[in-house]
Design a protein around this ligand. Structure first.
Ligand SMILES: *Cc1c(COP(=O)(O)O)cnc(C)c1O
Length: 399
């Protein structure tokens, strides 16, 4: 064991200004609803260059709201990559539709549109590509695919706040009909729990806001019946209470001011990892060709590597345990969703997703968060090399 401080794979960055902002709201008139909610929405929309931002209680609720706004229902199919967090698929089930899993590129973990092409049916209504690890999917290709098949394009951008595609911010609505964000503590900015949907589309924005508020309309221009007086509101559809509190929104506003700094630190740390790992055969940083060419920048939600564990003669569990003994936290993102018992029971099987299987087998996320130091990266890479080195395997190769 070691006395070195523990490095988790990800963590929030909270400073005194965040604490003061939250205390300020606690002393104010509104703990929920009130002026902080539109203020956070306007700040978010402005930051990514989207027309509308709708904040909700978490990223999963944001995905649920997109499935509602896209009118997904029983009998509908939605294309979802096999490698993502379960919420990207579950949102389709919440509204009674079926996720249809799409294989991923074994190197990048990003959705394989050639495979998606073979899965489109007359029932297909939407596609939810995921900007895995913060690396943008090819949105030009996704938009063309969605147009060709008349699908709603929903970007799961939970990993990608601060990333750019073709020089423009992810979430600005140039390609996707809607994009969702999460403000969970390991994500780029946090509100404890929180999420948002970004869209350019006025009608989708109306439906998203309604869904967050029980299906209720309070704006006279959307009433279906005569406005009976100042107390009047109408529940038009079935929604939920998915509100984000004022306490959370003020934290979000304060965090958002530092987004550029947070993402810059993540990118600098990732560059250090890339440089050090270039000298470690068998360990490949997960990067896209569009990142290498400079077309895209990753927001680096995670620093993911692909490791050929068999080549090292070590299992992933052994390597993770050795790193943990060196006070270093790692994680696997993600167990393929079709391999989850819930989805297996619905008939999905991993034999259909060889790319996802390969990506999953090699995946490991190393510590990455804005307060990590460059010297911590050196420590992680040294510990990883030690964890992978195994005398037995070396002997085998020498003989
Ligand atoms: C974090 C995350 C979500 C869900 O966000 P929560 O705020 O945790 O509900 C959805 N999709 C992806 C890819 C995520 O990483």
């Amino acid at each position: 064991m070691t006395d070195l401080p523990f490095l988790p794979y990800g963590r929030q960055t909270i400073d005194d200004s965040d604490i003061e902002a939250v205390v300020g709201v606690l002393r104010s008139d509104y703990l929920t609803t009130g002026p902080m909610i539109p203020a956070f929405e306007e700040a978010l929309a402005e930051r990514v260059g989207a027309k509308h931002a709708v904040v909700v209680s978490n990223g999963t609720a944001a995905l649920h709201a997109t499935a509602f706004a896209a009118k997904i229902g029983p009998g509908d199919e939605v294309l979802v990559p096999a490698i993502t967090f379960v919420a990207s698929a579950n949102c389709v089930r919440y509204e009674g539709g079926e996720p249809v899993f799409v294989d991923v590129d074994p190197q990048t973990g990003l959705i394989d549109l050639a495979h998606a092409e073979t899965l489109v049916t007359p029932k297909t209504k939407a596609i939810i590509p995921v900007h895995l690890n913060g690396a943008p999917v090819d949105l030009t290709a996704c938009r063309a695919f969605a147009d060709r098949h008349n699908l709603v394009l929903i970007e799961d951008a939970a990993h990608a706040l601060g990333a750019t595609f073709g020089g423009e911010p992810i979430g600005n609505g140039r390609y996707g009909d809607m994009a969702i964000l999460s403000f969970h503590p390991v994500k780029h900015i946090t509100t404890g729990e929180g999420g948002a949907i970004l869209t350019e589309d006025d009608e989708l924005a109306v439906r998203l806001r309604r869904f967050r508020d029980h299906g209720i309309e309070r704006r006279a221009e959307h009433f279906t019946e005569p406005d009976a007086g100042p107390w009047h509101y109408e529940q038009i559809e079935l929604g939920y209470n998915l509100r984000l509190s004022a306490i959370q929104c003020v934290l979000g506003i304060n965090q958002l001011r530092r987004l550029g700094d947070f993402v810059g630190k993540r990118q600098a740390l990732a560059a250090r990892y890339d440089a050090l790992l270039a000298e470690v055969p068998g360990v490949s940083p997960v990067r896209t060709a569009a990142m290498d060419s400079g077309h895209d920048t990753s927001a680096y939600h995670l620093y993911a590597v692909q490791i050929d564990f068999a080549e090292f003669g070590r299992t992933r569990s052994e390597v993770m345990a050795a790193l943990r003994a060196a006070s270093i936290g790692t994680q696997v993102h993600y167990i393929p969703v079709p391999a989850q018992p819930y989805y297996k029971a619905r008939g999905h099987k991993m034999a259909d997703f060889p790319g996802a299987q390969r990506y999953f087998d090699g995946a490991l996320s190393l510590p990455l968060y804005p307060t990590l130091a460059l010297t911590d990266v050196d420590r992680v890479v040294t510990a990883l090399k030690n964890a992978l080195a195994q005398p037995a395997a070396v002997d085998q190769r020498a003989s």
